[in-house]
Write a protein that binds this ligand. Structure first.
Ligand code: SAM
Length: 427
């Protein structure tokens, strides 16, 4: 691997006698991991069913397993959201998120969703999670992952940290900043990033992180927690960044910080820090302005009567374009570009309610009155867009791999018409 000389010199200076071991870590293939989605299945149960060999458990993440080169990303269980593929060291941030339950949480730099999907599993549907991604294209991928993992209490938005800080001063209990960084820990996994590394870029990243952290600080309430992480080794972006932040923000104190290197822990390396805002205000925000559309709700209720075993609990909002969402309790007004708001139920066109893929992904087998359970082989066919046979009477159904939803189908005269969104199908 052709690593920049200046990078190597910096690492040599930092690591001293450990440098040769660090260098040797580049001789092995990148570490891969998966984190079981506790919203859908337990780690032990997944380990029993895993269709490919799982490696050892990952330290600090009870839901994490090392995996090899297998095509874990194209397995029907992946489409069903039973796990998320995540670099093992990045999972170590999750232990800082244990306080997120029932809280108001902002993931400020969230795409593609590794930390968001982990925090959401810890929250288990309670509290409010706002997952933000500044880049519109990456925000769409984040939104798809939130949907696939069946997360119900999350709004996916796309805004700058400054825009969010103006709307949510002193509001959040936890803000997660998994910062854009110079990515020194990603060189093995993404060698294409190597030529972009330079000391100037490290400085630019540090300046950007300082700005993001400043806005994160504004949005935390008294007693709130700031979780900061990077996948780089540069001190300017890690230890020094935190020291300077604490000098500039005396209302914060450090609870913990840790840097993992690939020659010391089995993973590509990560930095994480947990800070607490000890002083400051706590403010509320305007509640989300739920739009109640009686006609749309009637249409949904009529649909839900035969489709669900029990009706969903909560406020249903119907947007101007007809999309209907089950709004998580306590959701604030967002007033920024919003890609997803809680569970998307479907769409009302003025006459008919049509269910959304997200609704199917948010359900458990026992929630569904009309469920078509497929073998793993038949699931592959569903995921390729094929039509299947069924004995279920005509109407909408949830199609699943075994008992885990994969998407929607419409039964017509003994066949299931495939309603898996084209963009999400297997190629
Ligand atoms: N947390 C994500 C996960 O676990 O999957 C990874 C986040 S990645 C390290 C950093 C993200 O920050 C990128 O998606 C990037 O688009 C976003 N970003 C870039 N510039 C930003 C800025 N100025 N403010 C906020 N986010 C930014």
């Amino acid at each position: 691997m052709n690593l920049p000389e200046e990078f190597l010199n910096r690492m040599k200076e930092r690591l001293g006698t450990d440098f040769p071991a660090f260098l040797r870590s580049y001789e092995t293939p990148p570490c891969r991991g998966l984190r079981v989605n506790a919203l859908k299945i337990g780690a032990e149960e997944f380990a029993r069913r895993a269709p490919f060999p799982l490696g050892a458990r990952i330290d600090r993440e009870p839901l994490g397993f090392y995996v090899g080169e297998e095509k874990a990303g194209s397995d029907p269980y992946h489409f069903a959201g039973l796990y998320y593929l995540q670099e093992p060291s990045a999972m170590s941030v999750n232990e800082y998120a244990a306080s997120c339950k029932k809280a108001r949480v902002l993931d400020l730099c969230a795409a593609p969703g590794g930390k968001t999907t982990s925090v959401a599993a810890q929250m288990n549907g309670e509290g409010i999670l706002i997952s933000n991604e500044i880049d519109g294209g990456r925000a769409k991928i984040l939104s798809q992952n939130v949907e696939r993992m069946g997360i119900k209490n999350c709004a996916v938005v796309s805004a700058t940290p400054a825009q969010l800080a103006a709307r949510f001063p002193a509001y959040f209990d936890t803000v997660l900043v998994d910062a854009p960084c110079s990515g020194e820990g990603m060189f093995k996994k993404e060698p294409a990033a190597i030529p972009h590394w330079s000391p100037q870029n490290v400085k630019l990243c540090a300046a950007r992180q300082r700005e993001i952290l400043g806005h994160a600080a504004e949005m935390l309430c008294a007693g709130g927690r700031l979780i900061y992480s990077t996948c780089t080794f540069a001190e300017e972006e890690d230890e020094t960044q935190i020291e300077e932040f604490l000098k500039a923000h005396p209302e914060f104190e450090r609870i913990s910080a840790h840097k993992s290197y690939p020659h010391e822990e089995k993973g590509e390396g990560h930095f994480r820090a947990l800070l607490c805002k000890t002083k400051g205000e706590t403010r509320t925000a305007k509640p989300y302005p739920v739009r109640r559309n009686a006609q749309a709700i009637r249409a949904f209720s009529a649909f839900a009567e035969s489709f669900l075993n029990s009706p969903p609990v909560g406020e249903i909002t119907t947007l101007a374009d007809g999309r209907m969402y089950l709004t998580p309790a306590g959701m604030p007004a967002l007033d920024v570009r919003t890609l997803r708001l809680g569970t998307e139920l479907g769409e009302f066109d003025g006459k008919v309610f049509k269910p959304a893929h997200a609704l199917a992904m948010s359900l458990k087998r026992d929630d569904c009155a009309r469920f078509v359970s497929l073998s793993r082989e038949a699931s592959e066919r569903y995921l390729r867009g094929e039509t299947l046979e069924t004995k279920i009477p005509d109407g909408w159904c949830v199609v699943g791999v075994e008992e885990f939803p994969l998407g929607l189908g419409k039964c017509v005269g003994g066949t299931v018409k495939n309603h898996c969104p084209k963009a999400l199908r297997k190629r």
